[in-house]
Write a protein that binds this ligand. Structure first.
Ligand code: NDP
Length: 481
């Protein structure tokens, strides 16, 4: 069986333990490759390599760093199909989605920061004719980058690219549930001739090798995307060591639909924001609030459209809903459907596994699910499910829906549908989320600040915000007289 390798100091190597973890193909429910079960010994080797490489990479001209990033971007583009197939097989997502979203975005991340670093400037502050201050922006050191399984290469590269552009070196760990495209990225970096030790990729469990990276004294900054509980654990280790932290965590995003919206556009986009990637996107709108006058119409149309979504093998071009990422995740999602029923909800469609026949009969398939009749503050509406399950609820007044929308511990993203520009801006102002989409969803501009408030995270990624994170500002003051 194919064994993935760690990428340490420019070489593809086996883990110190010589132990491997099973890697599942969720569309068939079978093990199809093996992942290094790395531990603190592999983390130590990677961090030592990254520390050594930092001495030169941090002072390598930005034009040169840029060229490496652009080379990696173009190699990802050249291998788009191969990477998309790997992502789809590893994660269960429809191939079409990997080909049109995940992999192009990974290339775009390297391209964006490969060019962005060339335009990154620092400030100067003069005190009339007495003094001048300038700010030096220097790379911090070895960055620990840890990412989740839902958008594997997309999110992995969203951290690595700005870190490398800024002059940091990196020790990165992908989720052990979806490691394949991170492995292929390490092959691409070898092909691109990236100097040894600049990027190191170690595979394995979060509690083992992930924890070893987070707690290491020579890793002064951690960029983490994943669950809120894991984020809290990481913060409890990193904060007393005074590490810089960027935490992108869970969400329970509201989708607020006013009666005066462009109905057809809203309905088409709500299908996406509810079920894209099997609902496993931190930005999916899982709580849908609809103004009462259009509630029944919306319910009928939304259920009818959802029942038509084809659940099937990820590589089949007709498939709209692929497999969820693992058996345990499927069981977690189904347990929330049971909870929703216990809390008084009515399942309007879905709510059960789907049997995709033939070689896929043991895969992890779920029918897209809509639940109604729940209170805004019940557990189903407060906890992150992270699957193809949404709730729909009517509302009468703007103040009322604002209370519902802001009622969870999370504050990542929200979506608002209305043709009334004044109302849209007022609602956006009053929503407690880091991102508000008005009459759209997941329309991304990589220059914008990305991140959440409350338990959805700390700090911002995207644009120059990420370059700010991976650099330390130093004030230099010169007396002029
Ligand atoms: P987890 O928090 O379980 O894991 C994320 C990563 O952290 C994995 O690589 C994991 O490794 C690792 N990890 C786990 N424990 C530790 C530890 N003690 N120290 C260091 N690393 C550790 O999240 P999931 O992978 O389940 O991803 C889903 C979550 O990610 C959802 O909550 C979702 O909302 C959130 N997310 C947030 C986004 C955002 O931008 N805000 C974007 C996408 C997802 P391992 O897999 O081995 O456990």
């Amino acid at each position: 069986m194919f064994k993935l390798k760690n990428y340490i100091n420019g070489e593809l190597v086996e883990p110190a333990s010589q132990q491997y973890i099973d890697n599942y193909d969720p569309s068939r429910g079978v093990v199809y490759s093996l992942i290094p079960d790395s531990d603190e010994r592999d983390a130590e080797l990677a961090i030592t390599a990254a520390k050594e490489a930092f001495k030169t990479w941090s002072i390598t001209p930005k034009d040169t760093r840029s060229k490496y990033l652009l080379k990696i971007a173009s190699l990802i583009e050249e291998q788009l199909h191969e990477l998309a197939v790997a992502e789809s097989l590893d994660n269960g997502k429809p191939l079409h989605l990997a080909e049109t979203v995940d992999i192009p975005r990974a290339a775009a991340n390297f391209h964006f920061y490969g060019t962005g670093i060339l335009h990154y400037a620092a400030q100067a502050h003069s005190v009339e004719d007495t003094a001048i201050n300038y700010t030096l922006r220097q790379p911090v050191g070895v960055a620990g980058c840890i990412s989740p399984w839902n958008l594997p290469l997309y999110l992995f590269s969203w951290k690595i690219a700005p870190a490398l552009a800024a002059g940091c070196t990196v020790v990165a760990k992908p989720s052990e549930i979806t490691p394949m495209t991170a492995y292929l990225l390490s092959e691409i970096c070898v092909k691109a001739g990236l100097p040894k030790g600049v990027l190191n990729i170690v595979h394995g469990f979060g509690h083992k090798v992930g924890n070893a990276i987070v707690s290491h004294k020579d890793v002064p900054l951690i960029s983490f995307t994943g669950g809120t509980k894991t984020g809290a654990n990481i913060a409890s280790i990193a904060a007393p060591m005074f590490k810089k932290l960027s935490l992108e965590l869970g969400g329970k995003n509201p989708n607020i639909i006013f009666a005066d919206c462009d109905y057809d556009k809203m309905l088409a986009t709500t299908m996406q924001s509810s079920f894209a990637n099997q609902g496993q996107i931190c930005l999916c709108g899982s709580r849908i609030f609809i103004e009462r006058s259009i509630y029944e119409k919306f319910k009928t149309d939304f259920v009818a459209k959802t029942q038509k979504l084809i659940v099937g093998a990820p590589m089949d071009s007709k498939t709209k809903i692929g497999a969820v990422v693992s058996k345990s995740h499927m069981e977690k999602i189904l347990s929330y459907v049971e909870l929703a029923k216990q809390e008084g909800g009515t399942v309007l469609c879905g709510g059960e596994p789907v049997n995709v026949s033939g070689e896929f009969e043991n895969g992890y398939y779920l029918a897209p699910t809509i639940v109604e009749g729940l209170a805004f503050d019940c557990r189903t509406n407060q906890e992150e499910i992270f699957g193809p399950v949404v709730t729909i609820m009517p509302f009468d007044k703007e103040e009322e829906v604002m209370q519902y929308a802001n009622s969870t511990q999370y504050g990542l993203a929200s979506t608002v549908w209305t043709q009334d520009i004044t109302k849209a801006n007022r609602v956006a102002m009053n929503l407690h989320t880091g991102i508000v989409w008005i009459n759209c969803w997941l329309l991304r501009d990589l220059r914008t600040p990305f991140g959440g408030v409350k338990s959805s995270g700390v700090g911002r990624e995207g644009g120059f915000e990420a370059l700010d994170f991976f650099t330390e500002p130093k004030n230099v003051c010169i007396k002029l007289k």
